[in-house]
Design a protein around this ligand. Structure first.
Ligand code: ZN
Ligand code: ZN
Length: 317
């Protein structure tokens, strides 16, 4: 089958990659897959991943209870049998594989193998192009599980890229006041079109006033800015895994008693629901689409600062 493979930091398209069937898992024939920030970091050596990339996908299940249906898949494949899993944290299972990220071939291929428990059917009303955003929308939904955000909360989101945009939409659904700080007027305009308040980074005056600050900048400077924007005893949520090491001044966290919360993968069911009922709009985030054969061009495009989401068209439904 066709597959986009990562070896060291060498990305290559292979037209005849032998499929490795995973016993007990469901074969999913991929329709569409999206390139994520994590894929670009993996290419830089993050996690030392070798194999088929891709963890944001919509496909057709070929067997099991979703046979013939469009599905999306949660990316952490847990053992469901260890103390961490039994404690209710399968996404942190120490024995897990992670689709397209850790010891598990991913979705930039004609097919991938996914545990049935990870699959969710895509509602008929939701297009494949929208459903391919389920994984990043779920990552944004994770914040709602971790931090108490109500209609009275004030939230600042640092970063106007893909994840910043989705976090802003998901958190706005609570009715709270969200302001997005970004560098690109055209990206901020898309948020204003959704009635989300925005400010350019050069005009932003952090004033230790927000209940919650979410760092989606993907840069090492985001965390320091977050500490200047959050109020004492407030929450700073870190959404990006910056591969670079950073040296941090930790005293402000102690002095202001700020809670710093790491936040990664989230629940798919509410994400699908938000996409299906239109609370999260994703169609204008698609910048370009490529066939698998054009892996290099697709990744080069995704790395441009003016790009939001690049999709691979793998098969027609
Ligand atoms: Zn992703
Ligand atoms: Zn486990």
């Amino acid at each position: 089958m066709r597959a986009i493979r990562l070896n060291g930091n060498q990305l290559s398209f292979q037209g005849e990659h032998p499929p490795v069937e995973l016993d007990g898992f469901i074969k999913v024939d991929v329709l569409t897959a999206g390139i994520c920030e994590t894929d670009m970091q993996l290419r830089q050596g993050y996690m030392g991943f070798q194999g088929t990339l891709g963890h944001e996908f919509v496909g057709l299940a070929t067997s099991g209870r979703f046979a013939g249906q469009r599905v999306v898949g949660e990316i952490n494949c847990a053992c469901h049998n260890c103390p961490v899993c039994h404690a209710g944290h399968p996404r942190h299972c120490p024995h897990r594989t992670v689709i397209g990220i850790l010891n598990h071939d991913g979705a930039f291929a004609d097919s991938l193998w996914v545990p049935e428990a990870n699959l969710h059917a895509v509602p008929d009303s939701l297009s494949t192009d929208e459903a391919v955003f389920t994984e990043p929308v779920a990552a944004a939904c994770r914040i709602l599980e971790q931090v108490d955000i109500t209609a009275e909360s004030t939230v600042i989101i640092l970063g106007d890229g893909r994840l910043g945009n989705l976090c802003a939409q998901v958190l706005s659904s609570t009715g709270c006041a969200v302001q997005v700080v970004g560098k690109h007027d055209w990206k901020l305009r898309r948020l204003r079109d959704l009635n989300i308040s925005t400010v350019e980074l050069s005009d932003f005056q952090p004033s230790k006033s927000a209940d919650v600050v979410v760092d989606c900048t993907g840069s090492t400077s985001g965390f320091e800015l977050a500490l200047q924007a959050v109020q004492p005893c407030g929450d700073v949520v870190l959404k990006t895994t910056v591969a670079a090491e950073q040296s941090l001044h930790l005293a402000p966290i102690v002095i202001d008693e700020v809670r710093v919360i790491g936040s990664r993968c989230g629940p798919f069911a509410p994400a699908l629901q938000m996409l299906a009922d239109g609370r999260v709009q994703v169609k204008n985030l698609i910048s370009a689409r490529y066939p698998l054969e054009e892996a290099q061009n697709a990744f080069s495009h995704a790395e441009q600062p003016d790009t939001l989401k690049v999709l691979f068209d793998v098969a027609d439904k």
